[in-house]
Design a protein around this ligand. Structure first.
Ligand code: ZN
Length: 383
């Protein structure tokens, strides 16, 4: 039922439109036009003002053609990571790739193209369906900002699907909570050659703290990372300041807090070991910390209606879709929090956020077939 050639061409078109985070306007206007052409009602929200972007989230509502069917929510994000400008997609052996100098941007243009193809098919073939509500979001890649600030009370849907992961045979129902940790370590500057003993090396203090830390995979559901370290001015100055930024993710709130506390403690302990007495004056290293929530976890029950609908629909098509936990957050984390029970289905995108990113066309088509079948099943009201 899905028009494979049309959706392939469409995703290539979308990929060719640059849409880095905060600059999704061009792709958003194209989508708005295409959705209006098939009878969608489109509005932009005002999230752009909040995030400093050039366009808000695009909200599309497609009127149902069947009474008494629960509305169905679909979402994909419009922004891409860098290097993602001037992408030249081409097809080789059933996959779409870039020319190797940029990412491909199938994350998440493939999700968008699936949604558009499904809606076109519903319309063309006059397939029974209820209202379809769509959010094409901005700034997913820089902290799920579009979904985070979206006013979800404009939607009537109670459940739906985000298309923003790798395999259409994997349905992500669990994503971790995440926190961002920033540590500012202060030492004492001194000339490194003339009087190093009059300094406290902030880089050394931070290094000691980090070397005490448990990092990487903490357990099956918890990870931690130090990702940024910045400081120092010159080789001949004992550095007086360094900034360290990291993150913790876990499917368990308790483990998340434990790991955050552990990392804080490492800094506090390290700092306590660096003290200096100069002509009767006491100096000591110190640390300032800023811990922020990045997003809350999601955990959709295997018994949830959306999970049943989607797995049944896939089975009707002869595919087995397994439930999975993800190590990353996605817009669905926020939609769940805001009352729309959402799962995340893969689109065939692989090796995302690298120049090797590619889209497996068979999986891309399969995801569209599964979503179409899920919407059909939803309209039957049998589950
Ligand atoms: Zn994505």
């Amino acid at each position: 039922m899905i028009d494979r050639d049309r959706m392939t061409e469409y995703v290539m078109d979308l990929i060719r439109i640059d849409s880095p985070s905060r600059r999704e306007r061009e792709v958003a206007l194209r989508l708005k036009k295409d959705m209006e052409d098939i009878g969608g009602r489109c509005v932009f929200d005002s999230v752009d003002k909040k995030v400093g972007g050039n366009v808000g989230n695009l909200i599309v509502k497609i009127k149902g053609n069947t009474e008494g069917v629960s509305p169905f929510f679909l979402s994909a994000h419009m922004d891409t990571v860098s290097p993602g400008e001037g992408i030249k997609p081409h097809i080789v052996n059933g996959v779409i790739r870039s020319d190797g100098t940029t990412i491909l941007g199938s994350d998440d243009k493939s999700g968008i193209a699936i949604i558009v193809e499904v809606v076109r098919t519903l319309k063309e073939r006059n397939i029974p369906h209820g209202d379809i509500e769509i959010a094409f979001t901005v700034c997913e890649e820089i902290g799920l900002l579009g979904a985070r600030y979206m006013d979800c009370s404009i939607f009537n849907s109670k459940y739906g699907v985000v298309l923003d992961s790798g395999s259409p045979y994997h349905l992500i129902t669990k994503c971790p909570s995440a926190k961002r940790l920033e540590f500012k370590v202060y030492g004492l500057e001194a000339h490194a050659g003339v009087c190093p003993e009059r300094g406290i090396n902030a880089i050394k203090v931070a290094s000691d703290a980090i070397s005490r830390m448990r990092l990487g995979r903490i357990d099956f559901e918890t990870t931690a990372n130090i990702g940024i370290i910045e400081g120092g001015i010159a080789t001949n100055i004992v550095p007086g300041y360094v900034r360290v930024v990291g993150e913790v993710r876990s499917h368990s709130e308790e483990k998340l807090m434990d790991q955050v506390e552990h990392m804080k403690r490492c800094f506090v302990e390290s700092v306590a070991e660096y003290k200096l007495n100069l002509e009767g004056k006491h100096y000591s290293a110190r640390v300032e910390e800023l811990i922020e929530k990045s997003y809350d976890r999601m955990n959709v029950s295997p018994e949830a209606k959306i999970v049943k609908l989607l797995t049944h629909a896939a089975r009707e098509l002869g595919y087995n879709v397994e439930l999975h936990a993800s190590g990353g957050g996605c817009d669905a984390n926020y939609f769940n929090k805001k009352g729309i029970e959402c799962v995340n289905l893969g689109t065939g995108m692989k090796e995302i956020h690298t120049p090797n990113e590619y889209l497996v066309l068979e999986e891309f088509y399969r995801a569209a077939e599964i979503i179409l079948q899920t919407i059909k099943l939803n309209a039957l009201n049998t589950l």
